[in-house]
Design a protein around this ligand. Structure first.
Ligand code: TRP
Ligand code: SF4
Length: 403
């Protein structure tokens, strides 16, 4: 997809504990790439953490700062991405409330994560209002910034889908200002004769023949207009789609490629499986964890040959080893010419090497908490500027702006 500088991305992570190498290889490396291609907002969503940890929120504050340090340590650049804490932009709560007025209960009840999590997290009482509203709060995070894309894992796609429906419903309910059609016609005229004609043609092919390409072209045409206001642009896009003025664009999920890095037991790396290596785990612990990781159970004695495909160490080699090393492992394992500790050594070295610069950068931030606070403050301010503007518009179109 072509990267355009003015497209926004928003993503968030719940501060529920230490980040691990699975997060790094999945989510964070993806963010590192995206921050150079889009205007990115990355949010530490502490309210979302509270939906499950409300009974004992004591760890949230520390997790928030540790998460900020983790992000910075891997190279998220506050010079290009805005890093902020959700609760420091209270406009999110206001938008969540306003969305809740028209969000159908059934939409929330049918989100697959809702029942899933209720069944899985049996140690917590999640029959709460806040937990049901979790995806709606997420929707408010996303549309607040009029984001085009939301980088998320597979498990979050349903939430982005619901966000699209919420945006669409909002536009439908509140985008039909008095005299909408006339205003849209007026706006179209401001594009100049030639563009007006093109716009009308594209509009007809889309609305009469469902030509998706025409829709895309017309949208691009509108977006390339320099001398029309944002409001007019929203009207033109809404008019084109046959709805109201497009106040919130419908965001798309940008599926994060699954991390190839599996956990110490060969399952997906996850805190709940207890098979993780933390992003900033200390070196002796990394070494101990890898040395004691299970291997192919057939290799009881050093002289027993094995099969890498039955061994979780092999999955780590997939991420870290070059072809020569992989050949060495395959041959050595199957012929029992290497022992499992020999085989693990290069993995240990590679993980330590990967973590070293991260650990060093993290240390600088840990030693200077004021710097971290400063970076986050700036991110919160930048996010808030956008949020304030969005809420002005929202209150106005909903008819609750009393000026
Ligand atoms: N629900 C997301 C998760 O658990 C976290 C999240 C909250 C989020 N708000 C968001 C992700 C907005 C993307 C965009 O991973
Ligand atoms: Fe696994 Fe390597 Fe041992 Fe083979 S030699 S079982 S791949 S650790």
């Amino acid at each position: 997809m072509a990267a355009t500088g003015n497209q926004r991305i928003l993503s968030g992570m719940r501060p529920t504990g230490q980040l691990h190498l699975g997060h790094y290889h999945g989510v964070l490396k993806n963010w590192l790439k995206l921050q150079n291609e889009y205007e990115c907002f990355f949010s530490i969503v502490d309210w979302h953490a509270l939906t499950t940890d409300y009974e004992d929120p004591s760890a949230i504050a520390e997790n928030v700062w540790e998460m900020a340090i983790d992000w910075l340590a891997v190279g998220i650049d506050p010079g290009s991405a805005k890093l902020f804490i959700q609760s420091r932009v209270p406009e999110h709560a206001e938008l969540h409330l306003l969305l809740s007025m028209f969000a159908p209960l059934s939409w929330l009840e049918r989100v697959p994560t809702y029942k899933d999590q209720m069944e899985k997290l049996t140690n917590k009482d999640l029959t709460t209002y806040g937990f049901l509203g979790y995806p709606l709060l997420q929707a408010s995070d996303i549309i607040m910034y009029k984001s085009s894309f939301v980088p998320v894992g597979e498990d979050q796609v349903a939430h982005v889908e619901m966000t699209r429906e919420i945006a669409r419903r909002f536009n439908y309910l509140y985008g039909r200002e008095p005299g909408f059609e006339e205003k849209a016609e007026m706006a179209a005229k401001k594009m100049g004769k030639k563009n007006l004609k093109l716009y009308k043609q594209l509009l007809t092919s889309y609305q009469e023949k469902g030509d998706a390409e025409a829709l895309e072209k017309a949208t691009a045409l509108i977006e390339s207009q320099q001398n029309i206001s944002i409001g007019d642009r929203e009207r033109l896009i809404g008019y084109l789609e046959g709805g109201g003025r497009m106040i919130f664009p419908e965001p798309q999920a940008l599926l994060t490629p699954e991390s190839k890095l599996l956990g110490l037991d060969g399952q997906k790396m996850s805190k709940s499986y207890g098979n993780t290596i933390a992003l900033r785990e200390n070196p002796s612990s990394v070494e101990a964890k890898i040395r004691t990781m299970p291997t192919d159970p057939a290799r009881v004695r050093r002289t027993d040959p094995g099969d890498p495909n039955k061994c979780p160490v092999w999955s780590l080699h997939q991420v870290y080893a070059d072809d020569d090393l992989k050949t060495w492992v395959e041959e050595g394992c199957r012929s029992a010419s290497i022992g499992c500790l020999d085989c693990k050594k290069p993995v240990i070295d590679a993980v330590l090497k990967e973590q070293q610069p991260i650990r060093e950068r993290a240390k600088e931030f840990q030693e200077d908490p004021e710097m971290v606070r400063g970076i986050i403050n700036e991110g919160c301010e930048a996010a808030r500027d956008v949020a304030r503007e969005t809420m002005e518009e929202v209150r106005q179109v909903m008819g609750i702006s009393y000026r």
